[in-house]
Each structure stands twice: as structure tokens, then as C-alpha cells.
Write a protein that binds this ligand. Sequence first.
Ligand code: ATR
Length: 280
Amino acid sequence: MAPRYAVFGHPIAHSLSPQIHAAFGRQTGIALEYTAIDVSIDDFHAALEAFAAGGGRGANVTLPHKQLALVLCEHLSERAQRAGAVNTLVRTEAGWDGDNTDGAGFVRDLTERHGLDLRSRRTLLLGAGGAAHGVAPALIDAGIGELTIINRTPDKADALSDALGQPGRVHSRYWSDLGNQGAFDFIINATSIGRESTSFSLPYSLATPRTLAVDLSYGEAAIPFMAWARSAGCHTVVDGLGMLVEQAAESFERWHGVRPDTRPVYEQLLRKSDMLATAD
Ligand code: ATR
């Protein structure tokens, strides 16, 4: 039987991760089974233990389990500790090793696939939930300039800002003050607004013709923010599909010791999403 891997989430039915890992396995000649496991927060721990008992060697963790996964690990990588969330689990004799590949995947997608230079960019991070925590440390490491974090619930923006430990460079502001922040070179949507609503309203004064706008979501959930960014005149508008493939490649490398080529897999998913869009 092929070694078992899985992604745990809720909901998880539409996850692209099984498809991505199957494609990486075919490409590298590594036999593996990778399934999606839908489990509620209350049942997550038990399901993870049952998975390990059944031969599970590694797992990805997505909404809403990333923070809970952190406390279930025997050992955490530095980037999981800094993100305060785990998206990749590796089974060891001692239990689970937790890692977070979201931030590295995010930066790799922008710098390598899209050829963008993130250094010194005045950056706005919208949101302070799990997705924002995943990418914020990697943004700092990528050499961005000043970072402003804005969240509907201000305490969470303050907490994320404090956790990054760079008071001169990172600060939080109120959502109601968005219009007074001037323009940004880099705007990241890490809120879940697009999963719940079809419109996204932000002041146009945040954008310039040089601005890079990135939504961490992909597919329909990314449409509202990307539509705002285009109408605000942003220079480059990117969704989270590339990040998804890159974080998967980082996880794959953790488990199998081989780095897959993400380009054909990304292009295949892009073609499929274009076909779906035109079929509507
Ligand atoms: P994820 O893992 O996708 O980050 P999450 O941890 O639930 O999911 O975080 C969702 C983020 O979207 C939070 O920053 C949330 O703001 P709050 O902390 O105030 O809840 C933000 N968000 C969700 N709906 C929003 C809305 N209608 N307006 C503004 N922000 C919203």
C-alpha cells in the first residue's frame, strides 16, 4: 500500500491539494495516497490520531485547524512558531512535527513565478486571522519596508503586530482609518471577506499605478478584492493559486525529500480554472 498523506479541514470537499500532490507524485515517480479529510474542530485531534494509527505519514492542515494543530505537535519548526499556526505535519516516532509552508510558498510565488521584487515595499496587510499570521513573518524576511496591519477587530491586528517584534517597522491601524493611510506599494488581502460577500469596498487612495495587489484566496473567493484592485488601477493583481501550489511543493519536499517542479502543475490548474470561468 502506498504511504498515506491527507489534508484536514472543514469544509474541504473543494480542496485542490489531493490533485496537486497526486501530480507531484506522478512527476517525481513517488507512490503516495493523498486524500481530503473533512472533520470538525471537536473531532480534529481524534481524527489525526486515527490517521496516524492507520499509517498516516504526513498531513496538511487548513481552515479551521491551523492553530489547534500547533498545540498538538511534539516539535515545531521556527517558522511554525513565528506564524503561530501549522499547515504541515510530519509523523515521527515521538508524534507530530509541525511546520508552516504558507509564508515561504507565498513569497516564492511572487518572487520566482511572477518575478516581483518585494524589497522596501510599503505594505498593507488586511486581516489578522490564520492566513495573515501565516504570511506575515515571511513578508518581514523578504525585506518589505514598513508594514501596516489593519483588521476589523483591532486587538487581533495589535497582537499580530506585537508578535512580529519590529515596532519601528510594523504597526496596526483601525479599519475606519484606512482612508488616511496614504498609498501602498503592496496590498495583501488576508481577510475572508471574499468567501462571504461578492463586493469589496476600500478607498482608491490606497493604490497607485505601481501597486502590487495580492489576494491569498483563489477562485471565486478572490474575485471581489481583485476586481477592486483592478478598478483602483493597481499595476499587478495576483490571486493565491500560485501560493497554494508553492506551499504544497514545500510540504512535499518536507515529506519526500524531493522538490517538485511547480510550473506544469500551476499551469494545468490555471487552464482548468479558465475553462470553468468560460463555461459559466
Ligand atoms: P483565515 O484562516 O482565512 O485567515 P480567519 O482566521 O477566520 O480565516 O480570519 C478571517 C479574517 O477575515 C479576519 O481577519 C477577519 O476579521 P476579524 O478578526 O475582525 O474577524 C476578517 N474578516 C472576515 N469577515 C470580514 C468582514 N466582513 N470585514 C472585515 N474583515 C473580515
